[in-house]
Ligand binder design. Structure first.
Ligand code: PLP
Length: 402
């Protein structure tokens, strides 16, 4: 039996196709969760499946004692697209952040700044579940019962430039921030905050790390969120959508900080193994071929227009939507509960969304979402609101799943 560390919905998924999931009774769901911002090209994409199958027939694993072509090519592709010269591969977002934390501390150590070991992060941020990444995650609800966490972590209020000026001192090795916070309910960093972070880190000798595990890989439009903001950090961490569903994480590093980690300092048995790298390469290729960035911009516009309209029509139920691209949070206003709406949409409209942060519905669908799927989703949100406004039984009147 599986350990009960997840709250799973009563749904057993057997297959996926594009933006839809199919359960063990054959029922099809419109999937606006996308494996939590992972399946950017949707489910069972033929190019990903072909790349995985071909690579699995050629070479599955060699360890990092030797080089192999998929990792080298993927590193070069990511460097070319980001402008970051060095790439480290691991298996998850948490691991990518652990690598960034270790790199920042060791870089300070190697450059004679041994006291510079503090990792500064933001309130509302989420960086993962291992002890270091957890210590960088400000929300203490994730910490409960796991003390003692590693020392040398501090937090500063998100989007507060004045507080950041005080917080980045001579002991800070790195400031880590999500350009768009995902887990806490979708909150965008202000451009001023990220610009100030860039200036302060450069002036005071701290590394600037952007955690793009959730908001990267085209989720907010451009391939990297830092490109949307026009602010270039020193380190970027990626995972989730990188290989469209196969486990992989990456840390991108600018050349001048790359000597932070030398042979023996850090590693991973599976990190950057051939099959996920082949899937990631296929993902990048399809992204280019389908001009996905333009599609995200267009469909995001439709989605925000619809959600703003919804918030205007049902001001006692939905708040103003937040986010960028296809990383979107729709606040639900008390006494209504986002979790109830999530359940209603699944049960009565065959639509999957999830709750994040404080009473917010998070939408992180595959980036290939179509206008008619947006329309279907908006209709379902309207029906959920109507049934609440009227306090009528929920099932009647929901748009059909098929
Ligand atoms: N960083 C951010 C911004 C995330 O959203 C997540 C996961 O939700 C993580 C890190 C952790 O990634 P993983 O679950 O792949 O370890």
């Amino acid at each position: 039996m599986l350990l009960e560390n997840y709250n799973r919905a009563p749904l057993t998924v057997v297959a996926g196709e594009g933006c839809e999931l199919i359960d063990d009774t054959g029922r099809r769901y419109l999937d606006l969760v996308g494996g939590i911002a992972v399946c950017a090209l949707g489910h069972a994409h033929p190019a990903i499946a072909d790349a995985v199958a071909a690579q699995a027939r050629t070479l599955v694993h060699v360890s990092n004692l030797y080089g192999h072509e998929p990792a080298g090519t993927l590193a070069n592709e990511l460097s070319y697209r980001s402008g970051f010269e060095r790439v480290f591969f691991c298996n998850s977002g948490t691991e990518a952040n652990e690598a960034a934390i270790k790199l920042a501390r060791k870089f300070a150590y190697r450059t004679g700044n041994k006291q510079r070991n503090v990792i500064l992060s933001c309130t509302g941020g989420f960086h993962g579940r291992t002890m270091g990444a957890l210590a960088a995650t400000a929300n203490t609800a994730y910490h409960d019962g796991f003390a003692p966490l590693p020392a040398g972590f501090r937090t500063t209020p998100f989007n507060d430039v004045a507080a950041l000026q005080d917080a980045i001192d001579e002991n800070v090795a790195a400031f880590i921030v999500e350009p768009v916070q995902g887990e806490s309910g979708v909150f965008c960093a202000s451009p001023e905050f990220l610009k100030a972070a860039r200036e302060l880190c450069s002036q005071r000798g701290a590394l600037l790390i952007f955690d793009e595990v959730q908001c990267g890989m085209g989720r907010v439009g451009p391939l990297f969120a830092f490109q949307a903001y026009g602010v270039t950090p020193d380190v970027v961490t990626l995972a989730k959508a990188l290989a469209n569903g196969l486990p992989i994480g990456a840390m991108l590093v600018r050349e001048q900080f790359a000597a932070g980690l030398k042979p023996g300092d850090h590693g991973s048995t599976f990190g950057g193994s051939p099959v996920p790298c082949a899937a990631a390469l296929a993902h990048l290729r399809v992204r280019d071929e389908t001009h996905l960035e333009h599609h995200v911009a267009a469909i995001s516009g439709e989605l925000f227009r619809g959600l703003n309209d919804l918030a205007m029509r049902y001001p006692h139920i939905y708040g103003e939507p937040r986010g960028m691209g296809l990383l979107v949070g729709l606040p639900v206003l008390p006494p209504h509960d986002a979790a109830d709406i999530v359940n209603d949409l699944r049960e009565h409209a065959s639509i999957l969304v999830n709750k994040a942060g404080n009473n917010t519905i998070r939408l992180v669908p595959p980036l290939i979402l179509t206008a008619s799927q947006v329309e279907r989703m908006l209709d379902a949100f309207s029906m959920a609101a109507e049934s609440r406004a009227a306090t009528a039984p929920l099932a009647a009147g929901y748009p059909s799943a098929h």
